[in-house]
Structures are given as C-alpha cells and as structure tokens.
Design a binder for this molecule. Structure first.
Ligand code: SF4
Ligand code: SF4
Length: 260
C-alpha cells in the first residue's frame, strides 16, 4: 500500500528580518521528524526547489509595506487552506510600523538619492489587516516550541495550545523576583503576551514587550505605575513604540501620552 501523501507547508516572507523563519530552521532536533510528515513545498530561506500550490499550511512572516505586498498576500491566501502569521512584523506591522506615526515621503527623501523609484505604502500593517488569518503567533522572534505546536495543530485541524496570559504569569511559574516590585524597574510584562519564558526579568531587566499585547491588557493602569516610578510622557511613548507599535492597545496608549 502506498504511504499517505504528506501535507504541504509553505513559508512566505514580506517586510521582515527573517528571524522568525530562522526559528523554523532552528528546530534542529525536530526538523527531520517534521520533514517525515510534511513536505516543505515553498521555503526559499531553506531551498530553491519549490512545489506549486495549493498548500495545506502557509506560515507568513513580515508586514505589508508595498502595493505589490498587498496583492501577493491575497494570492497566498487563495492558495492556503490554513494561513498562520508568525512574529511581530506579521501580527502587528513590526518595528517598521513606526512609519505609521510619521511622513513616509519625508523618510524616503532623506534615505534615498532618487526617492521617485521607491514604491511604498504610507503604512506598515499586519497581514490580518489585508486577509483573514487562521492564527497569529506572537514574538520577536517567535518561540520555536510554540511554532512546532502551531504547525502540528493546523496540520491536524485542531486548536493550538498557546496560552494567552501575560509574562507576569511566567515570572511566577519560574519563581523570578519581580523587578518592578523589588527594584522599581519599569516592565511591560503585565500587558505582554507570554511566550518568552520571562527571559528579561530572569536577568533582572524589565520586559520590552517583544510578544505584543496579551489578551485584554490594561496599559493605562501600567502607565500610571510607571509614571509613579518616574517615567514621563516621552518615556512612555517610547516604551509602547518598539516591536509592536502597530498593535492597537500599544498604539493607542502611546498616542495618549503623545497628546498629553
Ligand atoms: S518579528 Fe522580529 S524576528 Fe521576526 S521577522 Fe520581524 S523583526 Fe525579525
Ligand atoms: S518582572 Fe515584570 S513580568 Fe515579571 S512579574 Fe514583575 S512586572 Fe510582571
């Protein structure tokens, strides 16, 4: 009897640094097992050989920053049974979403000798702004164990087991002393999605919010606490405008402090 056909996995890149795609290649111990069950049909970071779609699962890294990107993601959506976005760029526009608060033409005229050759949108936006997305995996970069869980879940048509609680829960689980309570160090952990294992607090640093907003965050309350610890409006705008400046809760909180 013939072996059942392997399901196909495609990996796509938009405006990004490739760090999240590398998280898949970083699965050194699991990659061969994955390849036994899944055909890596389109993954230019790993191989030039490609297989035509449609694809069972597409992983999409990067944000939409050009008119061509906006067309391409619609075609990828048409070719994908399940579409999963991976990383801050794809889920909220990434660091490049800082352009959303500024004049992109002013940037291109400073950076490029001939800005008229540049075809770009005024904004950097998430993939879900343009097409329906089946799952958003947070992180900058993503966690490879969460990535394997999400791939497994979508290949088997089940819901991924990725917890939506805050980084504070991860601190409590590993027994890390809270840097904000013990030392007054500003920390985005109370409003940030878990996934990193509370890495920065475990090294006595505040969380930078790489994994983006958790479910139902309360950044206004956190800002009040940071202000009590000495942060002014300029500090607070910067705190929220890093990896996830385009994520609505962080975007709105940063705007509130820019207006104040
Ligand atoms: S989310 Fe971070 S690590 Fe991933 S592609 Fe974007 S900048 Fe790179
Ligand atoms: S160190 Fe930060 S993430 Fe950890 S418990 Fe304190 S506030 Fe939360």
């Amino acid at each position: 009897m013939d072996a059942p056909a392997r399901q196909t996995l495609a990996v796509w890149k938009f405006a990004s640094c490739d760090g999240c795609q590398l998280s898949l290649l970083d699965c050194e111990d699991e990659l061969l097992t994955l390849a036994e069950h899944v055909e890596l049909a389109y993954f230019l970071e790993a191989t030039r050989a490609t297989v035509e779609g449609p694809y069972d699962v597409s992983l999409v890294e990067g944000s939409i920053t050009t008119p061509h990107d906006a067309e391409r993601i619609r075609e990828i959506r048409r070719q994908s049974r399940a579409l999963v976005t991976i990383g801050a760029c794809a889920t909220s526009g990434g660091i490049q979403a800082l352009r959303n608060f500024a004049d992109v033409e002013a940037f291109t005229s400073i950076v490029y000798a001939s800005p008229d050759y540049i075809s770009t949108l005024a904004t950097s936006t998430s993939i879900s702004t343009h097409v329906p997305v089946d799952f958003e995996l947070n992180g900058c970069p993503i966690d490879k164990h969460q990535l394997l869980e999400v791939i497994n879940a979508h290949l088997n048509r089940r819901r991924p087991r990725v917890r939506a609680h805050s980084v504070c829960v991860e601190c409590k689980r590993r027994g890390t002393v809270c840097v904000m309570v013990a030392h007054g160090t500003p920390c985005l952990g109370p409003v940030t999605h878990a996934g990193c294992g509370a890495l920065c607090p475990s090294y006595h640093r505040g969380c930078y919010g790489c994994f983006g907003p958790m479910e139902t965050p309360n950044p206004r309350s956190l800002s009040d606490r940071m202000a009590e610890l000495g942060a002014d409006d300029v500090d607070l705008v910067r705190v929220y405008r890093t990896f996830h400046a385009g994520a609505r809760p962080f975007h709105d909180e940063s705007e509130r402090h820019e207006r104040d």
